[in-house]
Ligand binder design. Structure first.
Ligand SMILES: [Zn+2]
Ligand SMILES: [Zn+2]
Length: 410
């Protein structure tokens, strides 16, 4: 049964033309084109059984990549129903409330402002598929990355050998050595070189993350610089992240929550936080592979833990953040420009490196600031008497002035 949210999701996916997705298609097209063009010269599939099997392996990996890419895109992450409430009324005191969806956030769910809904077991919003990776498409997304990385490994080896043969073609012809005759013009040689670079980027990043145990960069893992090598490395980094995340049954967002939990509990002298959803790597693996057994709203927990342990910790962190926040009143209008060179040149020269929104301000607006950079503040505009939540975003520090003391709890 297709519910309203799924229809919303499909409409959103269809209507949104994402630059990143075009870039991703560009990688798939370039690598596939290079392989099809060169395999025919290097090891023609019609010439031998080995050649046919080799070509079939590449088509299988390329087909699998495309299939799981579309599956994770069309399936979507799974959204918490609008106005959702837990079955037992007393459970609401352990949960956060989403004012945009007008409902409670189920355990492990988070609101994604790009998708516009609360997402079940949200991992991250991925520009490659232009939607979130969450409960329902986690498995497909991981398969997409596995197929893409294996395809790139094969392509990196084959294209490198083909380039070697193409560069030494004249020598092979003159010496009469029996070797495949690979012919590349300058443009096709450059394109093949680019494809090899992307494929190697993918493979090396996986090696770095899985073999050397290097921690990946924190933050939205997909938002890498728009160079093709970096794009390739981003795929590999994502696969490393996904495998780590599956084996721990911990999403990227939960990693940040746990990091904050450690410092918060140390400061408060509380015992260390036990992550309730880590059931051991075997169970964790089954958990993602058989994710459809769960409804995305409640989850099994390890012995000794409670189903609301994480949401209670989130609420405590939020309260902590609120107590540390400060009220600011806007003294000058700010249009929401990312680089406000005319009004605040110092802020324009040091913009926050994030794709989070900017918050337009009019004089007199009151904002609750929760984060700061040297020239910028991040906060939420207070609406009405401060009870309702307004838009959030970054604004230049000089556009507002602090309203004296730190906030006290209500
Ligand atoms: Zn929401
Ligand atoms: Zn999203």
């Amino acid at each position: 049964m297709v519910d309203v949210l799924s229809l919303d999701h499909i409409a959103m996916v269809k209507s949104h033309t994402s630059r990143q997705r075009r870039r991703d298609n560009c990688i798939i097209k370039l690598v596939t084109w290079s392989m099809v063009h060169l395999i025919g010269m290097w090891w023609p599939p019609q010439g031998s059984l080995g050649g046919a099997l080799h070509a079939a392996l590449f088509l299988f990996l390329a087909g699998g990549t495309l299939y799981y890419f579309l599956q994770s895109l069309l399936e979507g992450p799974g959204f918490v129903p609008l106005k959702w409430r837990p079955r037992k009324e007393e459970d609401t005191e352990h949960l956060q409330f989403c004012t945009i969806c007008n409902g409670y956030k189920a355990p492990r769910s988070h609101h994604c402002r790009k998708c516009g809904h609360c997402v079940m077991k949200m991992d991250h919003h991925c520009p490659w598929i232009n939607c979130c990776v969450g409960h329902a498409n986690h498995c497909y997304f991981t398969y997409f990355l596995i197929f893409a990385v294996l395809g790139c490994l094969q392509a990196a080896i084959v294209l490198s050998i083909c380039m070697y043969h193409a560069i030494n073609r004249a020598w092979y012809v003159q010496s009469g050595v029996r070797a495949p005759r690979v012919l590349l013009t300058l443009p096709t040689l450059l394109l093949t070189l680019l494809a090899v670079g992307m494929c190697l980027g993918v493979v090396l990043a996986v090696g770095a993350l899985l073999g050397l145990q290097v921690d990946p960069p924190v933050g939205p893992a997909c938002a890498a610089p728009p160079t093709l090598l970096a794009v390739g490395m981003c795929h590999g980094a994502l696969l490393g992240l996904q495998i780590r995340s599956i084996l721990r049954n911990r999403t990227t967002i939960e990693d940040w929550i746990l990091e904050k939990a450690v410092s918060r509990r140390e400061e408060a002298g509380l015992p260390p936080f036990q992550f309730p959803y880590d059931l051991g790597w075997r169970e964790n693996l089954k958990f993602v592979l058989h994710g459809h057994r769960y409804d995305g709203l409640s989850w099994p927990v390890r012995p000794g833990c409670h189903e609301f342990d994480l949401t209670r910790e989130q609420r405590a962190q939020k309260e902590d953040k609120r107590l540390r926040s400060r009220l600011y009143t806007a003294t000058a209008p700010y249009s929401g420009r990312w680089l406000p060179l005319r009004g605040w040149p110092r802020a324009a020269l040091a913009p926050p490196c994030t794709d989070e929104p900017r918050l337009p301000l009019a004089p007199g607006d009151v904002v609750r600031a929760t984060r700061q950079r040297k020239q910028w503040l991040f906060g939420e505009r207070l609406v009405g008497a401060g009870e309702a939540r307004g838009p959030r975003g970054w604004f230049p520090r000089d556009a507002a002035t602090p309203t004296d003391c730190k906030l006290k709890p209500d």
